[in-house]
Design a protein around this ligand. Structure first.
Ligand code: SAM
Length: 224
């Protein structure tokens, strides 16, 4: 199925919502609405709870076509992971890294135990060599860990796991990095870090009004 079908817009009570085709018919995760259309069941995707949904609404130009393996850093309870699971379908796999065991318990019971394309990895993303569940290279690295050193963590993970010329999507929470600098300066600083580590920047998306002082950077990895 083509990307344009898997991510779509549906109308509920006269209001338009971004949505993904539900891989688990009839099953919801966080109170989202299920909308039948053309023989599929769409699951509304809340941009206030998922920065990936917010990024698409704000103009993210990214096709999930040909994305098989995804390394997802900062899976939390799995809200965005579940929609990514809808998008990549059963031909894809999401290796979902989360360091908090409390949060990971929910990820496992509500998401990965039901969605067989989600593989939970309860590890610190600062120690990427300890992900023993991974045996393959990735088509995409997605990073949303809200840590001061998140860009360096994302870069190290890409160096080990991301295929050449493949994309990374990095969520930058500027206040987690430096509260004394302006959000714009923090983003420029993080972009320079990426550029000096063989990443070609494609997009820099401000996630307002869904998330204040957050940006999503998309970049392609060109290792030397
Ligand atoms: N991406 C999630 C979503 O859209 O549903 C939200 C992620 S939340 C902003 C950040 C998550 O990163 C938290 O669950 C936190 O426990 C996790 N995290 C923080 N530091 C981490 C680390 N070093 N390794 C792995 N996970 C980490």
């Amino acid at each position: 199925m083509k990307n344009v079908d898997v991510i779509s817009y549906v109308t509920v009570n006269g209001k338009e919502h971004i949505a993904t085709i539900n891989l688990l018919k009839g099953v919801t995760l966080y109170g989202e609405k299920l909308v039948p259309r053309n023989g599929n069941e769409y699951r509304t995707w809340d941009p206030f709870r998922s920065k990936l949904a917010a990024a698409f609404i704000k103009g993210l130009n990214f096709e999930f076509t040909n994305v098989g393996n995804v390394l997802y850093l900062g899976a939390s309870t799995g809200t965005t992971v579940s929609h990514m699971s809808d998008i990549v379908g059963y031909s894809g796999r999401i290796f979902a890294v989360e360091s908090s065991t409390r949060v990971a318990r929910e990820l496992i019971s509500n998401v990965s135990s039901k969605r067989t394309n989600v593989i939970p990895i309860i590890e610190d993303a600062r120690k990427p060599r300890s992900y023993f569940a991974i045996y393959d290279k990735m088509d995409l690295v997605y990073c949303d860990i809200a840590q001061p050193d998140q860009t360096s963590i994302a870069i190290e993970n890409c160096k080990i796991y991301l295929k050449e010329r493949k994309p990374m999507l990095l969520v930058i929470k500027t206040r987690s990095i430096d509260v004394t600098m302006s959000p714009k300066s923090v983003i420029s600083q993080e972009i320079r870090k990426l550029e000096s580590n063989s990443f070609e920047i494609k997009q820099n998306i401000d996630l307002e009004p869904f998330d204040k002082d957050h940006a999503m950077i998309t970049a392609i990895f060109h290792p030397k």
